[in-house]
Design a protein around this ligand. Structure first.
Ligand code: NAD
Ligand code: UDP
Length: 313
């Protein structure tokens, strides 16, 4: 009998984690979803609860845990600025202690370990677009530092476990990703704009909306994560869509899809909000034969349909 691959997905009840679990379960693998439900929701994984290949553990990664697994997908960490700034000390602990504990587990059971890092490690980038070789411009004491510096130390720890203990590691630098199962109240830009539009409320552009982001649809991103886990490259790899938009353009795109009469209003720009962000993905293309395939037009339509069903519109 062939042994089933046993996956541990930390943060598996969250937005990205739950989509990843769908793909792993559909591939016939075993999955342990570990989550403290800070920003994750049971609805995201409810479809697997009665499947014998699936297990759900309520646990906080800042505490050690003993499990037998082959692959660790370490995604546990709140990702929206509102959520990670709610308790910044906890966010730093999740990034340091959580990653330390999961690397310790990987070492004990000889599991392959993938870290969900972020484009935020580039800070407010002075190099544009951002290649993996760019070292970043990050404030150590700003409101976003718990997350940005947290992910930087998580990468450092991961790499040192590779160098010192030979752990089999992968590091994904994920750029802004969107799609169904984003939490409608976690404050991220696409969920905010779509939900505001569908409720016929004004769309809130922070600052003058000239700051840019590059948005990847969730299905594309998950394909990239799975290819990364399966490849042989240990260094960090950018995963994201290279199409860059200003936040004002994004607001206009979403408004035109929902109702051209919705108001756009300007609110103050949050402290330390990065001015620009766009990945260079030539490394992912070369090492993973991966690039996003879903256009912003298609991805927004799918996301709007999801929120319509959530809001029963
Ligand atoms: P999310 O907030 O939807 O999911 C995070 C999950 O981790 C949630 O289920 C939450 O309950 C869980 N969690 C948080 N702290 C925990 C702890 N201490 N112990 C156990 N579980 C904990 O966010 P997401 O968008 O799914 O992001 C997943 C990962 O991908 C995060 O590590 C994030 O930094 C990274 N990432 C996401 C994006 C994006 O655009 N979505 C971009 C860059 C990086
Ligand atoms: N943003 C905005 N209105 C909102 C929410 C976010 O203009 O209602 C802006 C935010 O200031 C930032 C961009 O959209 O410039 C992306 O914000 P998000 O929180 O989604 O992600 P991040 O800043 O971490 O990239």
């Amino acid at each position: 009998m062939t042994k089933l691959v046993k996956n541990l997905v930390t943060g598996g009840a969250g937005f990205l984690g739950s989509h990843l679990i769908d793909r792993l379960m559909e591939a016939g693998e075993e999955v342990i979803c570990l989550d403290n439900f800070f920003t994750g929701r049971k609805e995201n994984i409810i479809q697997w609860i009665h499947n014998p290949r699936f297990e759900l553990i309520r646990h906080d990664v800042t505490k050690p845990i003993q499990l037998e697994v082959d692959k660790i997908w370490h995604l546990a960490c709140p990702a929206s600025p509102v959520s990670y700034q709610y308790n910044p000390i906890k966010t730093s602990k999740t990034n340091f202690l959580g990653t330390y504990n999961m690397l310790g587990l990987a070492r004990r059971v000889k599991a392959r370990f993938l870290l969900a890092s972020t484009s935020e490690i580039y800070g407010n980038p002075e190099v544009h677009p951002q290649p993996e070789t760019y070292k970043g411009a990050v404030n150590t004491i700003g409101l976003r530092s718990c997350y940005d510096e947290g992910k930087r130390i998580a990468e450092t720890l991961t790499y040192d476990y590779y160098r010192m203990h030979g752990i089999d590691i992968r590091i994904a630098r994920i750029f802004n990703t969107y799609g169904p199962r984003m939490d409608q109240s976690d404050g991220r830009v696409i969920s905010n704009f779509v939900v505001q539009g569908l409720k016929n409320n004004p769309i809130t552009i922070y600052g003058d909306g000239s700051q840019t982001r590059s948005f990847c649809y969730v299905d594309d991103l998950i394909k990239g994560l799975i290819k990364l886990m399966g490849c042989n490259h240990t260094g960090p790899i950018n995963l994201g869509n290279t199409e860059e938009f200003t936040i004002k353009q994004l607001a206009e795109m979403i408004r035109s899809k929902i109702d051209g009469n919705i108001k756009l209003v300007n609110k103050s720009l949050p402290e330390e909000d990065p001015l620009q962000r766009q990945p260079i993905i030539s490394l992912a293309k070369k090492e993973l034969d991966w690039e996003p395939l879903i256009s912003i037009d298609d991805g927004l339509d799918r996301t709007i349909n999801y929120f319509k069903s959530q809001l029963m519109i």
